[in-house]
Design a binder for this molecule. Structure first.
Ligand SMILES: Cc1ncc(COP(=O)(O)O)c(C=O)c1O
Length: 396
């Protein structure tokens, strides 16, 4: 008997009770228990099918239970699961070669870890060492993760205040405002950290001009530019959202979609940044393990072979156009790129999210009033139709 079938003997009430009673009360739960997935759909413990418009906060980029991805992981599980980075690994080497093929210009060194926050934490530490400076400039509404360093760069007081004082001195400036950024960055700034499209904060894309200005001001003042592509990576129609602006950061952090839900973090750096890192000063036990590397390698191969970057760019634009075309008086603005879409409402988003769930569509909030879509890239025209029809019904 597998552990999956053992877990399947728990009914919904038992699952809810165990999670409620045995975890700290940190998450606002959404009632249902997700037990299975297939392509663009998720299934709950009662057998109800849901259209997945969230990919588990952006990670299941290939959808669920993809046979080619599952075969690659099963093969690796039977071969070698774990392997510390103090030994060489064939799978890790192959992943590094694949990453070199998609990295933005100038990023040629790749540090592997296990989550988005860890990838950001490494980026902040690298910036400190490479510049000999400590201060960080970030954006208002920014979300960079929950470890103490990443949290210091995150803007929302709801996440910050209970854990103050935080580990870093960070100035938060208005997003997409080049003058405010130029005024905040000086000769004591180690790095400017930006999401090319702010995710948790409400799906706000930075203009190309802003990203170029950030590059220029960082270079002028001797600071690094860090792109946080933990959420934007692989889902905006290109490997990285910053690719669209033609801007080369000094450091780029990504995670979420990179291994299709298998935990991984990646911090890319220039030769100059990497060469400033003293041997042995940073590391991780799990980071770069063969199973995670195989998961990422398989994900990158499938994205390329099935042309999912181009398809998600086209279908994402269609989602934006179709939602705008609904002409709903409840919608203030539709924003985004590829399969990262924000639908800002003129009211709080929670009732709409609940109503969508009632119509078997799972989406996310981003800030108090924005409905966020992070669909798996395997959505086709039929799933776009299904989503738009559900939204039309819910908005009335
Ligand atoms: C832009 C961004 N940076 C960092 C993180 C932190 O990633 P993780 O939750 O894997 O630690 C997130 C997570 O939502 C994110 O969206």
């Amino acid at each position: 008997m597998t552990t999956t079938s053992a877990a399947a003997t728990l009914d919904l009430a038992a699952i809810q009770r165990l999670e409620r009673d045995l975890q700290p009360p940190l998450y606002a739960k959404r009632e249902i228990a997700l037990v299975r997935g297939e392509g663009a759909y998720l299934f709950d413990s009662e057998g109800q099918r849901y259209l997945d418009a969230m990919s588990n906060y952006g990670v299941a980029i290939l959808g669920h239970a993809d046979p080619a991805y599952a075969d690659a992981l099963a093969d690796q599980l039977r071969t070698l699961t774990t392997g510390h980075q103090s030994f060489y690994s064939d799978v890790r080497a192959a992943l590094l070669e694949a990453l070199a093929g998609i990295a933005p210009a100038g990023l040629s060194r790749f540090f592997l870890s296990n989550s988005g926050a860890e990838a950001i934490e490494a980026a902040l530490k690298f910036a400190r060492v490479a510049t000999g400076r400590t201060k960080i400039v970030a954006a208002k509404r920014a979300y960079h993760g929950r470890t103490l360093g990443a949290l210091a760069a995150t803007a929302d007081p709801k996440y910050r205040t209970p854990f103050a004082p935080l580990a870093l001195e960070v100035t938060h400036v208005p997003f997409d405002d080049a003058d405010a950024l130029a005024n905040a960055v000086d000769a004591t700034t180690a790095a400017v950290i930006l999401e090319p499209i702010q995710g948790e904060g409400g799906v706000y894309p930075a203009s190309d001009a802003y990203l170029r200005a950030a590059r220029d001001v960082a270079t002028e003042r001797g600071a690094l530019l860090i792109a946080d592509e933990v959420q934007t990576g692989f889902r905006t129609g290109a490997p990285f959202a910053i690719d669209h602006a033609g801007v080369a950061p000094d450091v780029l952090a990504t995670a979420k979609g990179l291994a299709n839900g298998f935990p991984i973090g990646l911090t890319m750096a220039t030769e100059a940044v990497a060469s400033a890192l003293p041997a042995g000063t940073h590391g991780t036990t799990f980071g770069g393990n063969p199973l995670a590397c195989r998961a990422a390698l398989s994900t990158l191969a499938i994205l390329r072979e099935r042309d999912l970057y181009a398809r998600s760019a086209a279908l994402g634009a269609e989602i934006v156009a179709r939602v705008e075309g609904l002409g709903s008086p409840k919608i203030r603005q539709v924003r985004g790129r590829g399969f990262m879409v924000g639908i800002e409402l003129k009211e709080r988003v929670t009732p709409t999210l609940r109503a969508l769930q009632g119509r078997s569509v799972l989406a996310l909030p981003a800030g108090p009033t924005t409905l966020r879509l992070l669909p798996p890239l395997v959505w086709e025209a039929a799933q776009v139709d299904e989503f738009v029809e559900a939204l039309r019904a819910v908005l009335g």
